[in-house]
Design a protein around this ligand. Sequence first.
Ligand SMILES: [Ca+2]
Ligand SMILES: [Ca+2]
Length: 310
Amino acid sequence: MKRTLIITIGVIVVGGLALVGAYSLFRGPTLGVLVNVLRFLGTPIAQEDTGATVEGPSFTEDRDSDGLSDAKEEIYGTNSDLPDTDGDNFTDGAEVRKGFDPKVAGQGKIADNPELMRNLTIAYFEWARETSNIEDPQLAEQGIQTFLISRKQDRLILPTVEDNEIVRTDASGPDAVKAYLDAFAQVTLPPVTASYLDLAEGSLQEETQTIIDTVVLGIDATYEQIRRIPTPQEAIEVQRGQLATMKALKELFLDLKSVRRDPVKLIRDISWGNELVLKSADIEKKRQELGLITNPAFQNSNQGTGDSNQ
Ligand SMILES: [Ca+2]
Ligand SMILES: [Ca+2]
């Protein structure tokens, strides 16, 4: 059974690899991160690929015997060496199983604590508890997918780009479009020292926080370079798309900082990352089509479509 799981995941990675080529930041994924996610899913894994042992909090071990596994203690932010974190005489495990906040003494509900509920994994556990009546829900691929669909989080929605984020130029026509495309060709992508999935794997092991900060700064700088390009009417859609994908990319990398405490978010984001690659390829295609406007042959067959021809 283990073997089947690994092969299934392998196919997903290979499928992803073909797509990631379109977007350099996602280049070079390894199996490691998905193996790690599987570990979070509670599947014991013999790592045939690297031979390495994956370190991470366990969903089966419970160091302080309070009924809440070490992994869940990390997710809920409770003390894995203290059975009753908030000292209200109810153990962390007993509280979580009944939907009570293990970090605040008293009768407060997890569902009423916005900070806890912002954690997608906790929200998933609460959802599983409520909908399936399971006291101690575990991470399971099928359940997570159903949960994400119920939250309308199964598909990536690109962030909004406001009108005032686009620097418009009144110029239009082939020359203006060419100037836009030339300026865009000068944009440098963020220097990347590791792929998203490598960073994700490192994040699960708390090793890559500073690299993520560097990547995010690089994405910000790239976003700003793109944003400042004077954009003619013809290029607005492309410009909006470029900015939106940079914003989405930044969010995905920022999310990596908290995935150790929120594995469901990582599972969602890996899927969103693949969608982002597709959306980026789509925008890239539109940008290339825009280049056709500046092609003399195209201009000759479309006389009179622009009024700024010289
Ligand atoms: Ca415990
Ligand atoms: Ca307690």
